[in-house]
Ligand binder design. Structure first.
Ligand code: NAD
Length: 495
C-alpha cells in the first residue's frame, strides 16, 4: 500500500511526529493509502518554504510565458495520465469512472490549460497623466504566499481552481487538502517535482483542519487564504485570519434553485433536474436541490422526474454503467439520512431509494421529497446528498422571492422557452450563476462567483487570476524638476 509523505520545499518529508492516517475507499471501506498527519510545526515549515520562495523573487519575477510553460507541463502530465488520476480519484471519492475521467480530471486539465494561457495576458490598464506632472500606470503583482484549503467533493479540481491560478500569476502556495481525499493532490505534487518547478513554490501538507488549516489561517507569513468548503469553517477561518489581516477568497456552500415554468420543455427539464440535482451524488455546491415547478405542469413534471430517478444506477464506481457511487463517508451518510427523516416530517416523500442491498460502502440511493414550506430545513439547509426537494409555485414574483429566500447564492437555473422570462429571472435571481435550460456547466473562461453567504471572490476565468494579484499604482514624474508645482502645499511659498 502506498504511503505518502508531506511535500515541502520540493522534498518528500515525514511529519515531525511521524504519525500516519488511513485513507479509505468509500465504496468498500478498505484502506487504500497512508498519509502523514501533519502538525503545526510541519505547516510552519511549508509556509517558510513558500515564503522564502516568494521573497527570493525567482518565481514572482519570472516572465509570464515561463510560468505558463511550467503550468502547461503540469497539464501535460495530467493529460498523459488522465486514466491514472481518474482511477485514483475514483478510489478516493467513490465517484463513477465515467465522471472522474470525462469530467473531474478532463475539466481540471482544461482549467490548467486556460490558466496557463490567461496568466500571460493579465493587463494593467490606465496609462495617462491624471496629474499633469506625471504618468500613472497599473501593474498587477502577485499577492504573496497563498494557502489553498480544499474540500473533499472535487479534490483534484479544487486544487486546479485554488492553487494553480495563484501559481500561474506568481504566488507561491501551500495546499491543505481535505483529509478524506488527499491522494490526487499528492500525486499532483509528484508531478510538480518531476516538471521541475522551483523549490518551495508548491507545497502540500496533509493533516487536520484544526491544526494545519488553522495554522495557515493564523500565520503572519501567509498573505492570502483561498478556501473552498463549508460556511461553518469559512467563518472560522475568516475570524482567525482577521488578526493577521490577510486577503480571503471564500467559496462556500450552496442551495441552488431550479425553476420550471409552465412553458418549459418538460422532458429536458426533468432530465436536467436529475443531472443537476444528483450531480456528484448531490455532494456539489451547485446541485439543484430546490426544484420549483409551476402549478400547471407540476403533476406531469413530478411523474417524469420520479420515473427518471428510479432508473438511476447506484453501485460499483468502476463500472461504466454506474451513475452514482457512494457518499464520501459514514458521517456524511448518517447526516444525509438524518435530513431524510427531517424531510419526512416537513413534507411528503415521493421516492426513497434507501441504502439496502450493499455489502459495504457508504451507499445511499436518491430520495425525492415534496414540501410546500419554503422555510423548511430541507429547503434552507445544505444537505449535500442525493435528496432534491420539489416545490410548487403559481407566479413569477412568488418563485423569485422563494428562490432568493436562502442564505446561499451560488448557482441557479430557469427552464422556459420565453426569452423575456429567462432574462428577467437572470436579472432577479441573487445567484452568481444563472443557467437557462441547463444546470451545471462552468466553462473555464467564465467566473464561478458566489453571492450572499456563499462567499466572495471568483474561481475559474480571468477574474480568478485577478483575485490572486494586487493592483499596484506606478507614478513616473515627467517634469524632471526639483520643485514640483504642488510642493508649496507642504513646504515653502506658493510660486
Ligand atoms: P469543510 O469546510 O468541512 O472542509 C474544507 C477544508 O477545510 C478541508 O480541507 C478541511 O480539512 C479544512 N478545515 C476544516 N476545519 C478547519 C479549520 N478549523 N480551519 C481551517 N481549515 C479547516 O468542507 P467539506 O465538507 O470538505 O466540503 C463540503 C463543503 O464545501 C460544502 O459546504 C460545499 O458546498 C462546499 N463547496 C463549495 C464550493 C464552491 O465552489 N463554492 C465547491 C466545492 C465545495
Amino acid at each position: 500500500m502506498k504511503s505518502y509523505d508531506l511535500f515541502i520545499d520540493n522534498e518528500w518529508v515525514k511529519s515531525e511526529r511521524e504519525e500516519e492516517q488511513k485513507v479509505i475507499n468509500p465504496a468498500n471501506e478498505e484502506t487504500i493509502a497512508l498519509i502523514q498527519k501533519g502538525s503545526r510545526e510541519d505547516t510552519r515549515a511549508a509556509i517558510d518554504a513558500a515564503r522564502t520562495a516568494f521573497d527570493s523573487g525567482e518565481w514572482a519575477r519570472l516572465s509570464p510565458v515561463f510560468r505558463a510553460d511550467y503550468v502547461m507541463k503540469l497539464a501535460k502530465v495530467l493529460e498523459e495520465n488522465l486514466t491514472r488520476y481518474g482511477e485514483l480519484e475514483l478510489q478516493n471519492t467513490g465517484k463513477p469512472i465515467k465522471q472522474v475521467i470525462d469530467y473531474d480530471v478532463a475539466y481540471t486539465l482544461d482549467n490548467l490549460k486556460f490558466f496557463a494561457g490567461a496568466s500571460r495576458v493579465i493587463d494593467g490598464v490606465a496609462t495617462n497623466e491624471y496629474i499633469p506632472d506625471g504618468t500613472s500606470m497599473l501593474r498587477r503583482d502577485p499577492v504573496g504566499v497563498v494557502a489553498a484549503i480544499t474540500p473533499w467533493n472535487y479534490p483534484l479540481m479544487m486544487v486546479g481552481w485554488r492553487a494553480i491560478p495563484a501559481l500561474a500569476v506568481g504566488n507561491t502556495v501551500v495546499v491543505k487538502p481535505a483529509s478524506y481525499t488527499p491522494l490526487t493532490t499528492l500525486e499532483l505534487a509528484d508531478a510538480v517535482s518531476k516538471v521541475g518547478f522551483p523549490k518551495g513554490v508548491f507545497n502540500v501538507v496533509t493533516g487536520s483542519g484544526a491544526e494545519v488549516g488553522e495554522e495557515l489561517a493564523r500565520s503572519d507569513k501567509v498573505d492570502m487564504i483561498a478556501f473552498t468548503g463549508s460556511n461553518e469553517v469559512g467563518r472560522r477561518i475568516s475570524n482567525i485570519a482577521s488578526s493577521s489581516v490577510k486577503r480571503l477568497s471564500l467559496e462556500l456552500g450552496g442551495k441552488a434553485p431550479f425553476i420550471v415554468f409552465d412553458d418549459a420543455d418538460l422532458d429536458a427539464a426533468s432530465e436536467g433536474a436529475v443531472i443537476g440535482g444528483l450531480i456528484n451524488n448531490g455532494q456539489d455546491c451547485s446541485a439543484a436541490t430546490r426544484i420549483y415547478v409551476q402549478e400547471g405542469v407540476f403533476e406531469k413534471f413530478k411523474k417524469l422526474l420520479i420515473e427518471k430517478v428510479r432508473k438511476i444506477r447506484v453501485g460499483d464506481p468502476t463500472d461504466m454503467k454506474t451513475d452514482l457511487g457512494p457518499l464520501i463517508s459514514k458521517d456524511q451518510q448518517t447526516r444525509v439520512k438524518e435530513y431524510i427523516e427531517i424531510g419526512k416530517k416537513e413534507g411528503d416523500v415521493l421516492y426513497e431509494g434507501g441504502s439496502e442491498g450493499f455489502k459495504s460502502g457508504f451507499f445511499l440511493k436518491p430520495t425525492l421529497i415534496f414540501t410546500d414550506d419554503n422555510r423548511a430545513r430541507i429547503v434552507q439547509e445544505e444537505i449535500f446528498g442525493p435528496v432534491p426537494v420539489l416545490l410548487k409555485f403559481k407566479t413569477y414574483q412568488e418563485v423569485i422571492e422563494k428562490a432568493n429566500d436562502v442564505m446561499y447564492g451560488l448557482g441557479s437555473s430557469v427552464w422556459t422557452k420565453n426569452v423575456r422570462l429567462a432574462m428577467l429571472a437572470a436579472r432577479d435571481l441573487r445567484f452568481g450563476t444563472v443557467w437557462v435550460n441547463d444546470h451545471a456547466p462552468i466553462p473555464s473562461e467564465m467566473p464561478w462567483s458566489p453571492m450572499k453567504k456563499s462567499g466572495y471572490g471568483a474561481s475559474t476565468s480571468r477574474y480568478s487570476l485577478e483575485e490572486f494579484t494586487t493592483v499596484k499604482h506606478v507614478y513616473v514624474d515627467l517634469t524632471g524638476l526639483v520643485r514640483k508645482s504642488w510642493h508649496y502645499q507642504i513646504y515653502g511659498d506658493k510660486p
